[in-house]
Design a protein around this ligand. Structure first.
Ligand code: C5P
Length: 326
């Protein structure tokens, strides 16, 4: 893998006042919902070509990166503000891999201590782990004073996972390729979402495998569809009703076939006032679009009272990508 050159100053991502002199950096990055996801057949590498539209939502992951203590210098360690057995804290955590990748790329050997505050549902199809990785890239880039530009961080992000570039960018964007080649999309207005969470996550590879199995039976097209003009138009107009009419997720059927109860949650969200509800990404989180904050509250209350979901989180969108907050 070629090594990116650190560019001090110039067109770089948010920089510390004195590069490399900080002791602690805090970065926030958003979770996402896919407004549109069309998947083609898998390529030789097992990845599916996608056309997707991401929107960043106000469920915010926070990564605090600290200089490593003298006795742990050179190591990358990770802790959780609220311990969660579903989130690994070893080298398999995507945030640790992000720090390691940036260190490898830039030759930095300082190590770092990472602390995660998680607000995006874990394994929920909302790219919480990817947001942690994106925030870690920005945080370590500042802490270490490595000065990579946002374009350079986006390259590293894509190497870490298909969903890692988007939380760097935030707002609303189209993803091509594996979903990692991004083009920002114009969006007006604020969209009011309710996210119904499940205690048990769904594995993204398992959902894509089910998608392939279902596609074999239905002669699905090999290439993903384009983003419909109605959807880009709805975003440009800031029209949630028009947007609701063109929300689409090719992975929904696969996720429901693995977890049939998701269909009941979608039906309940729509019966209680959501303009539309659908599986978020590879699920199992259900994303419900409400016309206004009061209806979002009503939908969230109905979902919580139903006992069908573990939680119902309200979040508006779009919001900014990874940024330093301290
Ligand atoms: O890139 P990331 O690690 O987020 O992807 C997780 C898994 O999801 C991949 O290993 C692959 O099985 C599946 N995937 C896919 N096509 C994509 C993105 C992800 O098949 N475009």
């Amino acid at each position: 893998m070629s090594r990116l050159r650190a560019v001090p100053g110039g067109q770089s991502a948010p920089q510390p006042a004195r590069a490399g002199s900080m002791v602690k950096v805090r970065v926030e990055a958003p979770g996402k919902v896919n407004l549109f996801l069309s998947a083609g057949a898998p390529g030789a590498d097992g990845y599916h070509l996608l056309t997707t539209v991401f929107q960043a939502v106000r469920l915010i992951e926070t990564v605090t990166a600290r200089r490593q203590a003298a006795d742990l210098r050179g190591t990358i360690t990770l802790g959780l503000e609220e311990p969660d057995p579903a989130v690994p804290t070893d080298a398999t955590n995507l945030a640790v891999r992000a720090a390691a990748r940036l260190a490898e790329e830039t030759g930095v050997t300082d190590g770092v201590d990472l602390l995660l505050r998680k607000r995006v549902p874990v394994a929920g199809g909302m790219a919480g782990g990817s947001a942690d990785a994106a925030a870690t890239l920005v945080a370590c880039n500042a802490l270490w004073g490595t000065g990579l530009s946002q374009a350079q961080l986006l390259v590293l992000a894509a190497q870490l996972g298909a969903d890692v570039p988007f939380p760097l960018l935030g707002a609303t964007a189209v993803g091509h390729g594996r979903g990692d080649r991004l083009t920002p999309l114009m969006a007006r207005g604020t969209y009011h979402w309710v996210f119904a969470t499940s205690a048990q996550g769904l594995s993204t590879p398992a959902v894509f495998q089910r998608f392939d199995a279902l596609a074999q039976d239905s002669a699905a097209p090999a290439a993903p569809a384009d983003v419909p003009a109605e959807l880009t138009g709805a975003l440009r107009d800031g029209d949630p009703r028009a947007l609701a009419a063109c929300l689409h997720n090719d992975l929904q059927e696969a996720a429901i076939s693995l977890r049939p109860q998701l269909a009941d949650i979608i039906a309940l969200a729509e019966a209680s006032g959501a303009l539309r509800a659908m599986v978020s990404g590879s699920g199992p989180t259900i994303a419900a679009l409400a016309p206004d904050p009061a209806t979002a509250m009503r939908v969230a209350n109905a979902l919580t009272a139903s006992g069908l979901v573990t939680g119902a989180l309200r979040a508006d969108a779009p919001v900014a990508g990874a940024r330093m907050v301290g």
